[in-house]
Design a protein around this ligand. Sequence first.
Ligand code: NAP
Ligand code: COA
Length: 271
Amino acid sequence: MSLVMDFAGKAVVVVGGTSGINRGVAEQFAAHGAKVAVASRRQDKVDDTVAALKAAGAAEAMGFTCDVRDIDSVRAGLEQVHQAFGDFDVLVSGAAGNFPALAADMSANAFKSVIDIDLMGTFHVMNAAYPLLKRPGASIINISAPQAWIPMQAQSHVCAAKAGVDMITRTLSMEWGEEGVRINSVVPGPIDGTEGMERLAGTEELREMTRKSVPLQRLGQKSDIANICMFLGSDLASYVSGTVIPVDGAWSHAGLGGISDSLAKFARAQK
Ligand code: NAP
Ligand code: COA
């Protein structure tokens, strides 16, 4: 059987799409002929990504700067994209912040900064994009994390925020389902060559420990996440909504190896 993914003429928006996993998602949609827009805080990252999207084969590419903590900046940027591309076929929301810190040592503002980016940011993107979605037919993908249901030391802020993100996914699948809008969370495992890996398992020793703790015995690639997003964005997934899909080589079943203990040790050593 041959399977062709054709996104020609489709409008795809990736918020937080200017580096790492999310940029990989944006580039893969571009390589399959979509019109792709990306957004993040830094203009230089937006410009660099837009150039890469064009080189990858995007029918059209554009970007805007916003801070997902500021709903007005998100709304203004999404409206610009809507004017250029029309209704959104695929919306990926993946902006996030992370640093290892124990709850007792974190300021309230440190905890809040991650809640504001990951959880409030997701709500802002959903709320601002709602009138701009293709209906029926839009597919929304929230990028979550295993911390959403597996407690990890030095990650209380991320655990709380990403659990909330997944509940937004489940709730909106019910609120927006009758309009033909699908919404799912994708949960990446440890993805090689990313900021997230650098922050949580930044040494060669930790990287190898993490690799061995994945039942499939390899770290994930950005393309592993881009592939599931292509599936969710396509008609193949037309009956898939409200789900939380780990793409992690079964890492979450293995309890994420020893990463919780190593993060707690790292955070204690920072004191
Ligand atoms: P990354 O390279 O740091 O990507 C984060 C993106 O979000 C960047 O484009 C960043 O650009 C943007 N961003 C951050 N804060 C923002 C804000 N306040 N407003 C708007 N944009 C903002 O991270 P990554 O490691 O690839 O992670 C991507 C996603 O996958 C995240 O949702 C993360 O939780 C999830 N995840 C990652 C892993 C992993 O192994 N890396 C594992 C599980 C889940 P600017 O700096 O220009 O704003
Ligand atoms: N340990 C403890 N507290 C920390 C910290 C750390 N490693 N890093 C930041 N903080 C605290 C700051 O001290 C500040 O609290 P304070 O005002 O009480 O001092 C609070 O967090 C906000 O930090 P600030 O640097 O002002 O926030 P920012 O909005 O500029 O950046 C972050 C947000 C901190 C999440 C930053 O790391 C970021 O932009 N990350 C995006 C990229 C990323 O994390 N990628 C991985 C995705 S998995």
